[in-house]
Design a protein around this ligand. Structure first.
Ligand SMILES: [Mg+2]
Length: 227
């Protein structure tokens, strides 16, 4: 039995950040700290929501955001701002990923999400894309800035939900960023990189993931490495 942990942004859902869609952290920082930020200034792909917010606040010259009470208020508000953006701009599945999830349901695997998103935000986004119901297990980015800590959290959650104690060699992360690959390595589990997010296949391959794919077109090959 394998435990498959899917990243959300860039793997299950298309990144909604574009010129026409403002970034959630930009809105939150403006709302709770009264500061305008340039989202391009700090590269946050693959960071947890908490980590990304802290990095951006520091980038905007806010001192010690970790100890600022406004940070917790802003983190709780992530879901509300996300809801407003989804209502306005919608949310889209990455092509082919639902077909993969459907096929994996017939295999000896447990499906989970491992994401930097806060839990309520992850649920909202995946429910909006009709993907939430595929996942039994979850590790979320609301209480850590260290992404690799999410691996142990996911394995513990899997034990509670399924009764199975997964060995690290049977755990895979499916992610679209270098940070996902590093997270798997630090967490001692395997990683399948798929270049459906911001980073291209060559960039991902340089980090030496266990397996790498350009997209979800070749579902049979992906299933072969995952089960
Ligand atoms: Mg991602």
């Amino acid at each position: 039995m394998k435990l498959l942990l899917f990243d959300i942004d860039g793997i299950l859902l298309k990144n909604i950040h574009s010129k026409s869609v403002p970034s959630v952290s930009k809105i939150l920082i403006k709302k709770h700290f009264g500061v305008e930020i340039d989202p391009k200034k700090v590269y946050v792909s693959g960071m947890t929501d908490r980590g990304a917010l802290i990095a951006r606040l520091k980038g905007a010259g806010i001192k010690n955001p970790e100890n600022d009470p406004r940070l917790e208020v802003a983190i709780k508000d992530f879901v509300n701002v996300t809801k407003e953006l989804i209502d306005e701009h919608g949310v889209e599945q990455v092509e082919g990923v639902e077909e993969l999830l459907k096929k994996l349901q017939n295999e000896k695997v447990v499906l989970g999400v491992l994401t930097g998103n806060t839990p309520d935000r992850a649920k909202l986004k995946l429910e909006s894309a009709n993907l939430w119901h595929y996942f039994k297990v979850g590790a979320f980015g609301h209480n850590t800035v260290v992404r690799s800590e999410l691996v142990a959290i996911a394995i513990k959650d899997a034990k509670e939900k399924t009764g199975i104690s997964f060995k690290k060699k049977d755990v895979f992360i499916i992610g679209d960023t270098i940070r996902d690959i590093q997270c798997a390595r630090e967490g001692g589990v395997k990683v399948v990189a798929v270049a459906t997010g911001k980073e291209d296949l060559e960039t991902l391959k340089k980090e030496k993931p266990d397996f790498a794919f350009r997209d979800f077109n070749d579902i049979d090959s992906i299933i072969q490495v995952l089960v």
